[in-house]
Design a protein around this ligand. Structure first.
Ligand code: HEC
Length: 219
């Protein structure tokens, strides 16, 4: 618009004022106007270049902005990844801790079981021993009593050679006292010599076993 205005003014000056002025001054006027036009075009071009520059700057700014946003997004993504990695690490550690805890517990259970088994085994042995020991004693008493059977009867229910008392109703202490007495000569009746060879071979323990065995025969 500026350029167009100047051209109109130039034409008006050259056309209208021509009669009043000499041709050289008109020429000068035209020259000046032309120069103005050229200057104006130059300025407009400069402005256009500036605008282009500004647009370029804007584009650069936008690009920079995009680049910055992209880098922010990248950083957020990296942080998220790091977070996820930390969580995984945490889970892994917790899992490891839990595993070692379970393993310790399992060890304890195994140890406890082992000691329980050991103590049960011990108890079983004790019971077996306890069960075996009276059986052994009874067996021993039975064995020792075999030599007495011909005179006193299998159940000690007889009067030996019709001379002794029936001893299967006696108490253990009574039997023991008689047997020991026959051995050391502090007990006995008229037929005590019949008992002497038998009791000579008996130890105190044997007498104990015999007395315990005979007591049960009368029950
Ligand atoms: C050969 C037969 C004979 C045999 C074997 C024999 N006894 Fe006797 N026993 C007698 C006679 C007889 C008397 C009674 C003796 C007396 O007068 O004190 C007697 C007495 C006893 C008495 C005391 C009873 C009482 O009357 O005062 C006891 C206890 C006894 N015998 C236990 C045994 C035992 C235990 C054995 C086996 C280890 C045994 N005898 C083996 C014949 C025997």
């Amino acid at each position: 618009m500026k350029v167009f205005g100047l051209v109109v003014i130039a034409l008006l000056l050259s056309g209208c004022g021509g009669s009043d002025k000499n041709s050289s001054s008109v020429l000068e006027e035209i020259n000046k106007t032309s120069q103005d036009i050229i200057n104006n075009i130059g300025q407009t071009a400069t402005e256009a270049i500036e605008k282009a520059g500004e647009i370029g700057q804007k584009v650069t700014d936008v690009e920079g902005d995009i680049a910055q946003k992209a880098s922010q997004i990248t950083q957020i993504a990296e942080e998220a990844l790091q977070g996820a990695a930390n969580v995984s690490k945490d889970i892994l550690q917790k899992t490891n801790e839990t595993l070692s805890d379970i393993s310790a517990k399992t060890d304890k259970i195994i140890n406890d079981s082992a000691s329980t088994i050991e103590s049960v085994k011990q108890k079983a042995n004790d019971i077996a021993d306890a069960a075996a020991s009276p059986l052994t004693n009874a067996d021993k008493g039975k064995k020792l009593f075999a030599v007495c059977i011909p005179c006193h009867g299998a159940k000690a229910e007889k009067s030996a050679v019709n001379k002794s008392q029936i001893i299967n109703k006696w108490s253990k202490d009574q039997i023991l006292k008689a047997l020991k007495g026959y051995k050391d000569g502090t007990y006995g009746g008229a037929y005590k010599a019949t008992m002497t060879p038998t009791v000579k071979r008996l130890s105190d323990d044997d007498m104990e076993e015999l007395a315990a065995y005979i007591v049960n025969l009368g029950k």
